[in-house]
Write a protein that binds this ligand. Structure first.
Ligand code: ZN
Length: 171
């Protein structure tokens, strides 16, 4: 018997949140959208999940108003909505928690304030200038824990070997 997707007996807002972002792959799709992935092919290429699962997760995120479908030529692109973009502090904090506990070689990616290239902390504050930094003003670049250049060759990984501004399309 499949587990239900909702936590009907749990009145807490965390349970409601997890119904949206707590499914396997969902937060990784959201992360990739922040990194600039937009097309089905980019998500599929980077995450290497079955296409049916990816379709299901993208539809659920569109249904929850986290992603929106935007016409792009004869296809669609998936872009974060304002509601989706407001997940950034959560996504960033979870990445940094993983860096702290599960990244012995150091962070795989660094999140820097675009204006002064200083690290942005988990509270979203630049460690250089002390300003609160919106995700659109953050540059991601490879950190000490980044994989060697030959480790993966999907379009997202390759594009992110260069510094890249969050939310800007990868190409
Ligand atoms: Zn700064």
């Amino acid at each position: 018997m499949a587990l239900p997707r909702d936590y009907a007996e749990q009145p807490c807002s965390l349970a409601r949140t997890l119904e949206i972002v707590g499914e396997r792959w969902t937060l990784l799709i959201v992360r990739d959208a922040f990194y600039g992935a937009r097309s089905f092919g980019e998500f599929a290429d980077h995450l290497k999940i079955p296409r049916a699962v990816l379709t299901d997760r993208l539809n659920a995120l569109v249904g929850a108003d986290v992603l929106q479908k935007v016409a792009h030529g004869r296809r669609f692109h998936y872009e974060l909505t304002p509601k989706g973009i407001s997940l950034w502090p959560t996504v960033h904090a979870l990445i940094q928690w993983g860096d702290e506990h599960y990244a012995p070689r150091g962070p795989r990616r660094l999140f820097l304030h675009a204006a002064d290239e200083q690290l942005v902390d988990t509270g979203g504050v630049c460690t250089g200038c002390g300003q609160a930094i919106a995700p659109t003003d953050i540059i991601i670049k490879p950190g000490p824990g980044a994989e060697p250049a030959h480790a993966a060759d999907d379009s997202v990984t390759v594009a992110l070997r260069e510094p890249h501004r969050l939310l800007q399309p990868l190409r």
